[in-house]
Design a protein around this ligand. Structure first.
Ligand code: G6P
Length: 606
């Protein structure tokens, strides 16, 4: 996926930009490009395909610049052609970009009405044109950048050159990471620590919403409100750069914050952003499939359960989901015309692998949704649907979970279309909703302070109950699992409708009850469950959205208000608050968050 490098130097940047881009190859890409300021003006060199194609272009036409930006592009808006490769230029502005701009079509129309023309199909060119438009109204570079950022809706990281400014790179991040590298008389910008690794190990990680102006000596960082916001400069070992914790205390905290980017990269792999269609590679004939059998363990199993809700609801395609260790030994009734999908972050979980092989031995076609693409499962299935969230280090899964759900959501849309359950206009609407998820996940992560306050209370509890209906039921299971895993507090996830069949007996003043209830078709029912709990003195932690807050039962204490969203992506948007809750409870209790006792990241034995 897209990688970004920027160098404001005193020596030639061409070879160093290429060196850095090669280090970013691991992210996957299909075109590459660089730009630099030569005699006061920006020049670009771009090529479709591998970096060696770009190198050939540079041999024929070198870039003699001391300030430059480079990019590896993984196509989202527009085919992987030279014309669509980054950097993209509009007027005085040339930029590289990682992410998705959701409102690019509206912005492009607005700019076209101002007489501007566009030469690529990318959303990136629209950002360049917007900044140039703002420069044209007399704003200085930083003011033009900020004015443009205020109009963008989406998740992104950018690096910007401006014609005539030969000691300046601008950058901004929202949802996608960006780092500033501090060199010796030179400064750097990168999409991760690895990008700037060859030049410096002194790094500042930009925070959500930050933007920055870099010259060869210094970086001026501003927060989302435009206030100066110096970020700590840390020394990062080059070998550890890929799995560095950044500004976070724990990998789990970092991985929770990685989710907008992880989901964006994953969603981009399973939808065509130009046609707004879902596109599941692998040639599975969803129209004629009789059933899907999902097998998995742990958090991957819960992602599979969410997949069942999504796929059955949208595509009317039956889905069975089963814990792999049960499935493999109980002689389940299988059909050769069903598809088995193994869900696994590691691709090595022993029970999931055995369940997968069990199905394959009975002639079933197979697929896996996996993070480790070199894993045993990935090698053994007919179709691999990778998640693209990067390595997950924290034992308790977070970003792999939302990336798995992203794949299953795209799958549900693709299957619905193939089975004639949605028309193309509805498919496009759903894809647009899905593309908006990374931004809303980022907003949901922003609720951190509200969640932290709740965590202080929950850390005193001995038992915690999580309740939800519909897709919030699997999420209640995940909330309880996360809490158990890292804080060692006993927790149960329940379908809220089951409250009267047992868990209500647990309700007392000492047991916090986390109710997950966005304002969806289940809301009224969940609200009555909440009233039942409150009537018995139960302490409700209500996680909802603004509409849910408005309609909350009298006396309910709304604790966390996640952003309003379409029900399609509610599981993605509501996941962060429950992950953060478990995280801050564990931190409050002083537990070893990344290495909880007795647990392993990859369970390769039964
Ligand atoms: C272990 C991990 C969990 C994970 C589960 C399944 O229990 O601690 O975080 O969800 O294994 O792992 P997989 O790699 O198959 O997703």
């Amino acid at each position: 996926m897209c990688g970004i490098i920027g160098i404001v130097g005193v020596h030639s940047v061409q070879e160093r930009l290429i060196d850095s881009l090669k280090r970013l190859e691991y992210r996957g890409y299909d075109s590459a490009g660089v730009a630099g300021i030569v005699d006061g003006h920006v020049q670009r060199r771009r090529a479709a395909g591998k970096i060696r194609a770009l190198e050939a272009v540079l041999v024929a036409d070198p870039l003699n610049a001391t300030v430059g930006i480079g990019h590896t592009r993984w196509a989202t808006h527009g085919a992987p052609t030279t014309r669509n490769a980054h950097p993209q230029t509009a007027g005085r502005v040339t930029l590289v970009h990682n992410g998705i701009i959701e409102n690019y079509a509206d912005l492009r129309d607005m700019l076209k009405a101002e007489g501007r023309t566009f030469e690529s199909e990318t959303d990136t060119e629209v950002i360049a044109a917007l900044i140039d438009f703002e420069l044209g109204s007399g704003k200085p570079p930083l003011g033009a950048l900020k004015a443009a950022l205020d109009q963008l809706r989406g998740a992104y990281a950018i690096g910007v050159l401006i014609d005539g400014e030969d000691d300046l790179i601008l950058g901004a991040r929202k949802g996608s990471p960006l780092v500033v590298g501090y060199g010796d008389g030179e400064m750097f910008l990168g999409s991760d620590a690895l990008a700037v690794g060859p030049f410096t190990n002194r790094i500042a990680y930009l925070e959500e919403g930050d933007y920055v102006a870099i010259d060869h000596k210094s970086a001026k960082i501003f927060d989302r409100n435009g206030a100066a916001a110096p970020r700590p400069v840390r020394t990062v070992a080059a070998s550890a750069a890929l799995v560095d914790k950044g500004n976070y205390r724990h990998f789990m905290e970092k991985e929770i914050h990685d989710q907008p980017e992880g989901c964006q990269r994953t969603i981009a792999a399973y939808v065509d952003t130009l046609t707004e269609r879902a596109a599941m590679p692998g040639g599975v004939d969803f129209a004629n499939l009789s059933r899907i059998q999902i097998v998995a363990c742990g958090t991957s199993y819960i992602a599979g359960l969410l997949g069942k809700y999504l796929i059955e609801h949208l595509a009317d395609l039956p889905v069975d989901v089963e814990i792999a260790s049960e499935f493999r030994y109980r002689q389940p009734a299988l059909r050769a015309d069903a598809l088995v999908i193994a869900m696994s972050q590691s691709g090595e979980t022993a029970d999931t692998l055995a369940a997968l092989r069990y199905c394959q031995a009975r002639g079933m076609p197979s697929a896996c949704v996996v993070n480790a693409i070199e894993s045993t499962m990935a090698r053994e299935v007919d179709v691999v649907w990778p998640i693209h969230c990067g390595p997950e280090i924290g034992v308790a899964s977070t970003k792999a979970f939302t990336a798995q759900i992203s794949v299953l959501t795209a799958l549900a849309v693709a299957a619905a279309r193939a089975r004639g359950r949605v028309d193309s206009a509805e498919e496009q609407r759903l894809v647009r909703v899905l593309l908006g998820a990374p931004r809303l996940i980022a907003e949901s992560i922003d609720l951190e302070d509200a969640v932290k306050a709740v965590a202080v209370e929950i850390s005193k509890a001995r038992d915690v109950l999580y309740l939800g209906r519909g897709p919030m039921y699997p999420l209640a299971l995940e909330g309880a699992l996360k809490l158990k895993e890292i804080s060692y507090i006993h927790a149960e996830g329940y379908a809220a409708g089951e409250l009267k069949h047992g868990p209500i007996a647990l309700v007392d003043e000492q047991t916090p009850i986390v109710i997950l209830a966005p304002f969806d078709s289940y809301f009224e029912k969940s609200a009555s469950n909440m009233s039942e709990v409150m009537a018995r003195g139960g302490q409700v932690v209500f996680i909802t959205d603004p509409e849910g807050q408005r309609h909350a039962p009298a006396g309910a204490r709304v604790v966390v208000t996640a952003p309003q969203c379409d029900p399609l992506i509610a599981p993605l948007v509501m996941a962060a608050p429950i992950q953060l809750l478990a995280y801050y409870v564990a931190v409050q209790k002083g537990a070893d968050v990344d290495q909880p006792r007795n647990l392993a990241k990859s369970v390769t034995v039964e």
